[in-house]
Write a protein that binds this ligand. Sequence first.
Ligand SMILES: [Zn+2]
Length: 52
Amino acid sequence: MSTELCKLKKSLKGDLPTYILLVEQPRFVCLNCGRVANKKKNLCDPKRMKDK
Ligand SMILES: [Zn+2]
């Protein structure tokens, strides 16, 4: 599944558990749309957030 969360709005309601898995420990934020995700491949314009 090639997933950019940014483009996933339509399927989000149908597959919420999968979405939650992708965002529960976010390390990247999308500079374009403000979403967060565990992996940068899930965002259209990813920027790494600072580690703790
Ligand atoms: Zn995006």
